[in-house]
Design a protein around this ligand. Structure first.
Ligand code: PGA
Length: 248
């Protein structure tokens, strides 16, 4: 399975900063063909990013979208608008959307279905909080988020990201064992939904991924890529991540 490594820039980078990043980054990765490299800038920089990536092996993603096709939804962006802007993927259900913008499983599910309907690949995020982990509820939370978020969703063009909330932006990475354990559990839950197709779905790890820890995380059996926040903001650092050392 081809690894999938996505940069989630969150609310960072202006248009000129996006251009500057890509001028440095695109030449660095031009020979990397065995990994899907994806960048998700803020909406305002999508167009500049699309220009900067043209003809390259790097794919554009959005960080969110609305599920309706068009209409009176002030401030929102429709799936077809993202396709029009050059996006191939969209991140959906990130814990920051769930936490600060009150997106629940029903909202997340609507968005995943709308993305698929429009032809965008969904990068669907799940993850437990520290309280939930300490209360022994990790598997319960993950199972519920996966099953509800993916109700009536096709396994095609779907990527799942496991992002333990306690590891996001905190410098605390899940250990390889913790990551593998939850990834295997997600794979099993996907098998319950999609039987044989579960093995074709890439499951990314996200939460304080850095050039230092990426090799060992990517060596975990059920880890098929990464969703990277802070360490994706500098070309050199994100380049080191996408050129991680693979096990033979
Ligand atoms: P981080 O963010 O790499 O800064 O922890 C990851 C994410 O939220 O996608």
């Amino acid at each position: 399975m081809k690894y999938f490594i996505a940069a989630n820039w969150k609310m960072n980078k202006t248009i000129s900063e996006t251009r500057e990043f890509l001028e440095g980054f695109i030449p660095m990765v031009k020979d990397i063909t065995d990994i899907d490299i994806v960048i998700a800038p803020p909406f305002t920089a999508l167009s500049a990013a699309q220009d900067g990536m043209k003809g390259s092996n790097v794919l554009l993603s959005s960080q969110d979208m609305f599920w309706e096709e068009k209409g009176a939804y002030t401030g929102e962006v429709a799936p077809a608008m993202l396709l029009d802007a050059g996006c191939r993927h969209v991140i959906i259900g990130h814990s920051e959307r769930r936490q600060y913008f009150h997106e629940d499983d029903t909202v997340v599910n609507r968005k995943v279905r709308a993305a698929q309907k429009a032809g965008l690949g969904a990068i669907f995020c799940v993850g437990e909080s520290l309280d939930e982990r300490e209360a022994g509820k990790t598997f319960e939370v993950i199972k519920s988020e996966v099953e509800q978020g993916l109700a009536e969703v096709s396994p095609d063009n779907l990527v799942v990201a496991y992002e333990p909330i306690w590891a996001i932006g905190t410098g605390k990475t899940a250990s390889n064992e913790q990551a593998q354990e939850v990834h295997a559990f997600i794979r099993k839950t996907l098998a319950g939904l999609y039987s044989g197709k579960a093995d074709t779905i890439r499951i990314l790890y996200g939460g304080s991924v850095t050039p230092e820890n990426v090799d060992s995380l990517m060596a975990c059996h059920d880890v098929n890529g990464a969703l990277v926040g802070g360490a994706s903001l500098k070309p050199e650092s994100f380049y080191k991540i996408v050129s991680f050392k693979k096990e033979n």
